[in-house]
Write a protein that binds this ligand. Structure first.
Ligand code: NCD
Length: 343
């Protein structure tokens, strides 16, 4: 078993199959709390420093919600402009100070390597919520957790699966981290579909290839791909030199029910880290897929809470004592787990 207690979570390179199994088994135990069947106060008194120096909805709020669901409190800093980083303070100094106000820190920042730099100055564990185009390890874990659950529903495991990744594979940190995690498994087939200029970086292709997996790089959706998973992504406009350059790619790879029927199997699971760009000229994942039972995007986002709860429990060393601090839910709750027939 890996020991996550007191450790930073900065990159998917830290994980092996054993540690992934451990995280997923703790995540499974979090379901009754996330679905409000019961409460726990195991982190009563603990403080999460939730530092988001770049736009975020799901990751920021699900980190906070996960911590609250374990009984802890959340202190939030959102945006660079309201932080002393905009006055020229170094990441190291910011880390020295803010980490003494918190028991654990979750952080997102626009620069690659920034979260690791912050971690060097931190007195408490730091969890990477996305550092530029580099990595997004917690998203990769929740994506993998979702893939495992969805494929299990269809009677498969992860080994031997075929994933099609579509969109901005150059700047998309989620596909970088997910590809590396998937490379830990056996015989994965990758079809990597993007405009040529936005292809998956060689550093990630090397990981895939060195682990013995097959991949195909292409700039179009071709034929019926027999993919088990279709992982659509957003053109990462904020990473381009100019908006004009980003506009060149907007709307290049759309997915709607007709395109899905043409290129995928009737059971192909549709994923997207979200947000999907729903502006008319982008419309990368059409609303006409909303009732398709294979659209897993909201189940995927829900799983983010379970996986982040597991990571907090493990880094703060409470994974085995959560139920000792259980209490009842007093209010009427309609929450339950979304199934594959219900988005
Ligand atoms: C992704 C991100 O920020 O990298 N979103 C997320 O964390 N769920 C993907 C994106 O913004 O396109």
């Amino acid at each position: 078993m890996s020991n996550f207690r007191g450790k930073h979570i900065l990159s998917v390179n830290q994980f092996d199959l054993d540690s992934i199994r451990q995280i997923f088994s703790v995540a499974d135990q979090m379901a009754p709390y996330a679905h409000r069947k019961k409460r726990t106060k195991v982190l009563d008194g603990a403080i999460l420093g939730n530092l988001f120096f770049e736009a975020s909805t799901r990751t920021r709020v699900s980190f906070g919600t996960a911590f609250n669901l374990l009984g802890g409190e959340v202190r939030e800093t959102a945006g660079m402009a309201t932080s002393a980083l905009s006055k020229g303070e170094s990441l190291y100094d910011t880390a020295r100070v803010l980490s003494s106000y918190s028991d654990v820190v979750a952080m997102r920042h626009p620069d690659s390597g920034s979260v690791a730099e912050f971690a060097e100055g931190s007195r408490v564990p730091v969890i990477n919520g996305g550092d530029g185009a580099n990595e997004h390890p917690t998203q990769a874990l929740l994506d993998l957790y979702t893939i495992a659950k969805e494929l299990k529903f269809h009677g498969h495991g992860i080994d031997g699966m075929h994933i099609a990744m579509i969109g901005d594979l150059k700047h998309g940190r989620t596909v970088h981290s997910l590809s590396k995690l998937l490379s830990l498994y056996r015989d994965i087939r990758f079809t990597l579909i993007s405009p040529k200029e936005l292809a998956m970086p060689d550093s990630v292709l090397d990981v895939i290839q060195n682990a013995g997996h097959r991949f195909k790089v292409t700039d179009q959706l071709e034929g019926n791909m027999d993919a088990d998973i279709c992982y659509q992504t957003r053109i990462q406009e904020e990473r381009f030199e100019s908006q004009q350059e980003a506009n060149l790619y907007r709307g290049k790879f759309r997915l709607n029910q007709d395109i899905y029927t043409k290129h995928f199997q009737s059971k192909t699971v549709i994923m997207h880290p979200l947000p999907r760009d729903s502006r008319a000229d982008a419309n990368e994942l059409d609303n006409d897929l909303n009732l398709n039972p294979n659209l897993a995007i909201f189940r995927q986002a829900d799983n983010g809470v379970l996986v982040r709860m597991a990571l907090f429990a493990l880094t703060l060393g409470v994974e085995n004592i959560i139920s000792n601090y259980d209490c009842d839910v007093q209010w009427f709750s309609t929450k339950s787990e979304a199934t594959n027939n219900e988005n």
